[in-house]
Design a protein around this ligand. Structure first.
Ligand code: ASP
Length: 441
């Protein structure tokens, strides 16, 4: 059963890759080998490919508001719950938010060095000028004030993500505070969250068709000029992910715990590989907790709280993809981003990472919210969607590594880390035996 499920997932990945390649080939053929005609231009490219591709984007957009709202209510409900854990909760939260903001900053810097979107003229594939929301310049004070929703229902209806996030966080925290009194509403949101997850899976199963149409229309319109920017975007994301994983995290680990980063990576590698192959943070939770306990000496008392929380709200890899994507889209559409825009991106991507569920491709859905926050056209997402699966796999591995590093640091601060186990990569130690019950639970 499990194998069959895994096969299905690998099947979707392969399908998306195949449709990416086929779409590119089809688009190139249309661009260079088929002469312009009514059938080619109006029926195939601007007809079938456009309608199906845009239809898929609309489906993705349909998910955003309910998905982010429910997953945030549920997420903050669990944070509220764990207030009892006091310092652990606060430390974990601060660390998660801090590393995510750092991740976006790394991504924006790498993006601006690599310039992935330079040379790509997306105005050729930009069909619907009305869709492109050019943000009016707002002052910093207004930007800050706009975070607070004056009418949450209108925020939901208009898809104002920052306001939705604030409202969802407050609802979740209050649900946790009121506990049993509001159990029904709490259950409602978790069940609605399940519905949205299922819907996301359903929409994602259409991805191969959507990707084929989006990519072939892009290539049909702009030919080979799309290859280099896409490759640059991909390399940019991978470099930023590598910096976050091997430089930022390992430096934090060394500074806060004094532990050897090489041993950490060696011990944690199987979990990273598992996350890579499934592109699902949620699925790695049990393996992460187990590995941290058995190979790194981290008490399950800490990890059983921090790891599921991290899988829900801490998505540094996802935030990195979003940061590079912002630079890519801005350059491709020739939109200049100001310093305030970059700060907005850091803020929204950090919050989007809280709202990103730990399942495949959700990062792309919440990317629309980051784009909207600075008025970038969501059409660019159609282009990067084709190559997103491999990036999704890689960023998921980084997402869960961030959770594990934070957990180890917090465990160390709370004296719930057995260094002997860590250094011996799990060979039994005296202390572990003493910690016995809680480690084994
Ligand atoms: N697949 C990612 C995860 O599970 C989320 C995403 O970026 O789409 O961590």
């Amino acid at each position: 059963m499990k194998k069959a499920k895994e096969k299905k997932k690998i099947g979707l990945t392969t399908k998306i890759f195949i449709s990416l390649i086929l779409g590119a080939i089809f688009g190139i053929i249309l661009c260079y080998m088929v002469p312009s005609s009514h059938i080619k231009d109006d029926i195939i490219v601007e007809g079938i490919l456009y309608v199906i591709g845009q239809g898929f984007i609309r489906l993705m957009k349909m998910l955003v508001v309910p998905l982010v709202f429910c997953s945030l209510v549920c997420g903050s409900m669990s944070i509220g719950d764990t207030k009892k854990l006091g310092t652990v909760g606060v430390r974990t939260l601060v660390f998660y938010l801090f590393t995510t903001a750092l991740a976006v900053t790394v991504a924006l810097s790498v993006g601006n060095i690599i310039n992935p979107g330079v040379g790509l003229d997306m105005s050729a594939v930009q069909s619907n000028a009305a869709d492109v929301q050019s943000m009016e310049a707002t002052s910093l004070t207004d930007t800050l004030l706009n975070i607070i929703p004056d009418n949450p229902i209108s925020s939901l209806a208009n898809g104002n993500m920052l306001q939705i996030i604030v409202f969802a966080l407050i609802v979740g925290i209050i649900l946790a505070k009121l506990g049993e009194r509001t159990e029904t509403v709490g259950n409602f949101f978790s069940q609605f969250n399940d519905i949205m997850m299922e819907m996301t899976m359903m929409v994602m199963s259409l991805a191969p068709i959507g990707v084929f149409c989006l990519i072939s229309r892009t290539f049909a319109n702009i030919g080979f000029s799309a290859f280099v920017p896409l490759a640059k975007y991909m390399i940019g994301v991978l470099i930023a992910l590598a910096i976050q994983c091997f430089v930022v995290y390992m430096a934090l680990l060394k500074v806060f715990t004094g532990l050897n980063p090489v041993i950490f990576i060696k011990n944690f590698f199987p979990v990273m590989a598992f996350a890579f192959s499934t592109a699902t943070s949620n699925a790695t939770i049990p393996m992460s907790i187990d590995t941290l306990s058995k190979k790194m000496g981290v008490s399950k008392k800490i990890s059983s709280f921090t790891i599921p929380l991290g899988a829900t709200i801490n998505m540094d890899g996802t935030a990195i993809m979003q940061g590079v994507a912002v630079v890519f889209a801005a350059q491709a559409f020739g939109i200049h981003l100001s310093m305030t825009d970059y700060l907005t991106v850091i803020g929204t991507a950090t919050l989007a990472s809280i709202g990103t569920a730990g399942v495949p491709s959700v990062g792309l859905v919440t990317l629309t919210m980051v784009f909207n926050s600075v008025g970038l056209p969501v059409e660019a997402i159609g282009l990067i969607m084709g190559i997103d699966r491999i990036l999704d796999m890689t960023r998921t591995a980084v997402n869960i590594t961030g959770d594990a590093v934070c957990t180890t640091i917090v465990a160390n601060q709370n004296k719930a880390l057995d260094r002997e186990v860590f250094n011996n990569s799990g060979k039994e130690s005296k202390k572990q035996k003493e910690m016995g019950s809680d480690v084994e639970q």
